[in-house]
Design a protein around this ligand. Structure first.
Ligand SMILES: C[S@@+](CC[C@H](N)C(=O)[O-])C[C@H]1O[C@@H](n2cnc3c(N)ncnc32)[C@H](O)[C@@H]1O
Length: 278
């Protein structure tokens, strides 16, 4: 594994020391991903026919072609090297997927990737670092898979090792800030002021139910546009219970279902929250 990882770094060093030989300036040299690792990247991203897969720096096109051929997805590769683009287009024809795969001969940093539902990449750490702010702006729920090199302190949502380390990140909705949450039947509605702190997909915060002192949020997490957390309802000392909130985030609104208590005593209600501050 370290040998292959070393190959990309060693090839990168060659580019840096021989700039005059290059007709274009790739940020990363061409080193192909082994086919089983391509398969694993796309499997880990749960790729399917509804996906649009974008491979950043697509080399010989193997990732977009596999996404179309084995997973039924639409796919696009972005590649600076014109010869690799020709090779990719020929391979797509041979695999009979040319109607679902396209290749763009351009700089990945100047490419619109906003329509991607899956991003794949085998790039160098410094390139991943430059890309990270753009990846975080993608639609919540977009899956990003990479191998060998990670996104530093943006921890992966999953990591597997099959010959190489393969990482999966799911772009989290932006939920940091202050929210006013309401749940319960009209007329018997409860209001909770919630403050969320967010670092990538990790969140924590506090909840202040009406008439009570602020208390921590427990088991809080955001995955794509899905959010969940627990608030302990301690208003009645003899009847304390956990409130399990699950829902979806859409910009400045969140809504979902809250279950109070457990087992046979559990009750459920709808909840809705609106952002009231950053
Ligand atoms: C390590 S290879 C990976 C190829 C392919 N994605 C794979 O996994 O087999 C990286 C590729 O990125 C391309 N590349 C480097 N910098 C680029 C840039 N700024 N824009 C587009 N492609 C780039 C290189 O030419 C090379 O083919």
């Amino acid at each position: 594994m370290h040998f292959v990882r070393g190959m990309l770094l060693a090839a990168a060093a060659l580019i840096v020391t021989q700039p005059a030989a290059a007709q274009f300036s790739p940020d990363v040299p061409f080193v192909p991903t082994p086919q089983v690792v391509v398969d694993e990247m796309l499997r880990l991203a749960n790729t399917g026919p509804r996906d649009f897969v974008v491979d950043l720096g697509s080399g010989d096109g193997r990732i977009p072609i596999t996404a179309a051929k084995k997973f039924g997805a639409r796919a696009m590769g972005v590649e600076l090297d014109e010869h690799l683009i020709f090779q990719s287009e020929e391979s797509a024809r041979q695999a009979a997927v040319e109607d679902r795969v396209k290749f763009l001969n351009q700089d990945l940093f100047k490419t619109d990737i906003s329509q991607a539902t899956v991003i794949t990449m085998y790039l160098l750490p410094a390139v991943n670092r430059r890309l990270r702010p753009r990846l975080l702006e993608l639609k919540p729920g977009t899956r990003i898979v990479a191998h060998d090199f990670d996104l530093e302190d943006w921890k992966p949502d999953r990591k597997v090792m099959i010959r190489k380390n393969v990482f999966l990140w799911i772009v989290p909705a932006k939920v940091g800030g202050r929210w006013r949450l309401r749940y319960g039947a009209p007329g018997a509605e409860h209001t909770i002021e919630v403050e969320l702190r967010q670092r990538f997909q990790e969140i924590d915060g506090t909840a202040k139910p009406d008439g009570q002192i602020p208390a921590p949020l427990w088991e809080a997490g955001v995955q794509g546009e899905r959010i969940s957390f627990v608030i302990v309802d301690g208003a009645d000392r003899d009847n304390e219970a956990s409130l399990y909130f699950e829902g979806r985030v859409a910009g400045n609104l969140m809504e979902g279902e809250v279950r109070r208590g457990v087992g046979g005593t559990q009750t459920a209600a709808r909840w809705r929250a609106e952002r009231v501050g950053s």
